[in-house]
Write a protein that binds this ligand. Sequence first.
Ligand SMILES: *Cc1c(COP(=O)(O)O)cnc(C)c1O
Length: 405
Amino acid sequence: MDARSQDTQNRFPIGDLPGLRALATEAVHAGREDLVAQGLHAAPIDLSTTYPSYDSRGEAARIDAFAADGGELTGPPVYARLGNPTVSRFETALARLEGTESAVAFASGMAALSAVLLARNALGLRHVVAVRPLYGCSDHLLNAGLLGSEVTWTDPAGIAAALRPDTGLVVVESPANPTLAEVDLRAIAHACGSVPLLVDNTFATPVLQRPAEHGARLVLHSATKYLGGHGDVMGGVVACDEELASRLRQVRFATGAVLHPLAGYLLLRGLSTLPIRVRAASATAAELAGRLAADPRVARVHYPRIGGAMIAFEVHGDPHAVIGGVRLITPAVSLGSVDTLIQHPASISHRIVDEPDRQGAGVSDRLLRLSVGLEDVEDLWTDLDGALGAASTDGERRTEEVAGR
Ligand SMILES: *Cc1c(COP(=O)(O)O)cnc(C)c1O
């Protein structure tokens, strides 16, 4: 392999193209193959809600075909809820990066998970087996049975025993939000047997982990996070085989949680820098995780074996004072942006999970979640150091107050 290649690990075959291409190359080119022939450089944004057609017999046949098998519409678009060319580009590119046949985009990560649950429920497969922790709202959606599903929570070793004849889905996150706990995807896929395994790959991104290679049948992203990457677009996507994708398209058409074309454009653009953003932020995060682990004010650091740009850590002092003490880092929920964000999961991202379940999943009240961005590592450390200092003096003051009472 050429010594100048930055990407010796992530090379894989692309469709029927000859040879192997690196992920970084695919990230820039996938979903744009037709542009040169059209005399275009940037992908066009198609904002049409409807499309003219003089051939209603032809349209009837195409709609019949979609209703029968949910396959992607061939020929010109019909109506924006059925499909949009700008959004399709993003879907094509994401499927390429995840190494799946297809991908179906939605208005948000939660809309994507909802569509998967509805598609399984429609087959009478209402039972879901899931491993905690999951993102707070995913946990809530499953636990509250809002869409009529019933969940059994288990650990990875208990999955096989938890399966029932009506189990339609197994759900895991790895690294998980917010503790960064990792599971063995290959072993879990094996334990699932014929039940589809859904892996939420939001934290890892296809740059660090491609769950389909380990046997996952559905790979879900909150595209709002790393895929968009700039904190200015909301979206969700499921990468999977065409059989499952066609069911998801039918659900999307019938329930309407479509991704806006402008969001599709921004997500396609986001993918082109995904590998470089994830690698740069991960290098900074690894350095910060090391410094936090060596800091006496920090009780525990969770940093994934596969790396990444997320860090979770528990402080001895008051976690709320750390949030109140940052100046460069943005105190905000969400993650995966070019700027570094910090939040307190027990107060925000996982607040909706009942406290015992939250604690049981390892989300302690002292846990903070840091999404490392692209700033200089020394500037970030200076800010964290100051915020930790504020938290520990606060903690000491509080201890003194209690002692003096
Ligand atoms: C944010 C998030 C979601 C939900 O995505 P939205 O785009 O906010 O709907 C799902 N899974 C994980 C791991 C997330 O971090």
